[in-house]
Design a protein around this ligand. Sequence first.
Ligand code: ADP
Ligand code: ADP
Length: 239
Amino acid sequence: TPFLQIRHLEKTYPGKTRGSAGTHAVSNVSLDIAPGEFIGIVGESGSGKSTLAKLIMGLESPSGGQIFLNGQPLTMDAEQQRRRIESIQMIFQDSRSALNPRRKVRSLLTQSMEVHPNLHSAIEARARQLAADVGLAADMLDAYPPQMSGGQRQRVNIGRALCELPQLLVADEIVSGLDVSVQAQILNLLLALRKEHKISLLLISHDLAVVRYLCSRMLVMHRGQVVEQGPTEQVLAHP
Ligand code: ADP
Ligand code: ADP
């Protein structure tokens, strides 16, 4: 059974000047995501992929339609945003995610736990566990982002997102810019996380090989609409 249900989602950005037509960035998108499911989203630049991700993350408010998380509607109010953050986390391309260069990996991994002041030993244990989960050596916990490779930083980005055990990761071009061999390591890490935590993934990628490797199902977006969707092999076999 799906834990995330998207129904007839719409987003129109207002026009630049008063009275000018807005941009219909997402148009009537419906989608179910089940635990452990990896879904790819492809489409040319400007087709609405990032906007769809922002709507799911609550970074933009929908103009229409609804999102349900575990059966309950997700709105933009503060309580629902907290519920959303517990369940859905986003990972960006390394160059866009801009890890704070003055924070050590240990604190970057567990930043979301820092609201609990008296949990130093728990936080340290979590940092070690997360480093192990994403394949970072323990001595990396004392490193700073500028000292690390792109692949290592992307492991930190993934580890940070996993800290509170979300149900869904939304990933926007997370391997572009990395060496192919490092890309393979990151993709295999995601597969291992699915096995271990039954985590789900919504993967925005321009790379069909990446989608094919990870995702059993894919959507093709064009001008804000889902123009094709189905099992990945079936969609890619389409003439
Ligand atoms: P991408 O296609 O990878 O999302 P873009 O360079 O198109 O990258 O967009 C970068 C950022 O600017 C995104 O956050 C996007 O939402 C925003 N953006 C894109 N188009 C516009 C626009 N016409 N007006 C304002 N912001 C925009
Ligand atoms: P993609 O991620 O597929 O490149 P986007 O979701 O970034 O597509 O953009 C979809 C459409 O919405 C594009 O026409 C883009 O210019 C527009 N757009 C994106 N973000 C904004 C924004 N913040 N303000 C106005 N228009 C935007």
